[in-house]
Design a protein around this ligand. Structure first.
Ligand code: GLY
Length: 313
């Protein structure tokens, strides 16, 4: 019965979590475990420790978790100094009456729970930031106008390449996990360092329940990667689950969600991906752009497999 889906960068997490699910573990514990493995990986520059910094060179993390059995959810945003954002999100869900706690409040909660602060910047991530903004970072004078630097993120990619001579890196990464456990419960988790070079305090879709993450045992779950502003504006994860509730098939629900996203005036290079899983174990991935894949693993499979994400026909 257990099934998991993940974004393409979730391979190590999904493998460990599937072993745990096979032994009778819960979907909620499985998605947290899977996320933590990616958050701890310094080579994943889109999540947790080693994530790409904001325009000031600071790493700010966002995450959310949702329990499909109870519709309870927890999230943190713009957290500095604590790498396991997904566990903090779960603490918000289980140990506070809130859903979303941000920045100083989330860092305070981490400290109260006995976590020790640790710089989340790896030398490699900082080097990428320096390559883009100069050896000493932002030049004096620019720091008063950070919004003009961040606005370049919405320019076409060829124009960005002319402005910054540095090698282009994918600034849109995030990790998604959705699990269905042996008891028939669904849970979903999303974690990210957010859009690389973002304006300080910018929050994307990942910690926003309904935008980047939604999970309901009755109909299914959906989670997003890509340009978070698009999923916020289209309420993407909740929309897909609502289309399922309205009786659409999984493929029709995903395609309807893509229609909503494609109605937005996204700049070139901005895309949105969705993974989804139903209580019956049916899964799919969707994308607004070609060539994207997702991972899935059923209990009887030795390892996760990649599958193509569907687009609008
Ligand atoms: N999807 C992650 C973000 O936009 O922050």
């Amino acid at each position: 019965m257990p099934v998991m889906v993940a974004s393409e960068n979730g391979r190590r997490g999904i493998e460990a979590a599937m072993t745990f699910l096979r032994e009778g573990g819960s979907a909620l514990d499985a998605v947290e475990l899977a996320c933590r493995i990616v958050e701890d990986d310094p080579d994943d520059h889109s999540v947790g420790y080693g994530g790409l910094p904001n325009v000031l060179g600071e790493v700010e993390l966002d995450a959310s978790i949702m329990d499909g059995a109870t519709l309870r959810a927890g999230a943190v945003a713009a957290v500095q100094g604590y790498g396991r954002a997904i566990t903090l999100a779960r603490k918000v869900m289980e140990e506070t009456p809130h859903v979303l706690v941000v920045a100083r409040g989330a860092e305070r909660l981490a400290a109260e729970l006995g976590e020790s602060p640790q710089d989340q910047r790896t030398e490699e991530a900082l080097q990428r930031w320096r390559e883009r903004f100069g050896e000493r970072g932002l030049t004096p004078g620019v720091t008063e106008n950070l919004h003009s630097v961040a606005r370049i993120l919405t320019q076409p990619l060829n124009l960005q390449d002319k402005i910054y001579k540095a090698a282009r890196v994918d600034t849109l990464g995030t990790v998604n996990f959705i699990a269905l456990d042996g008891q028939g419960n669904l849970a979903s988790a999303v974690s990210t360092s957010g859009l690389g070079w973002k304006y300080p305090g910018r929050v994307g879709d990942s910690p926003l329940i309904g935008a980047g993450n939604y999970c309901d045992n009755r109909y299914g779950a959906a989670a997003c990667t890509g340009m978070g502003e698009l999923a916020i504006r289209a309420a993407t994860a909740r929309s897909l689950v609502l289309y399922l509730k309205c009786g659409l098939s999984l493929v029709e629900a995903g395609r309807e969600t893509l229609r909503d996203l494609l109605a937005l005036d996204a700049a070139e290079g901005q895309y949105m991906n969705i993974v989804t899983l139903t209580p019956a174990g049916e899964h799919a991935g969707f994308s607004t752009v070609p060539g994207k894949q997702y991972l899935f693993q059923c209990a009887e499979m030795d390892e996760p497999q990649l599958a193509d994400r569907l687009m609008l026909e």
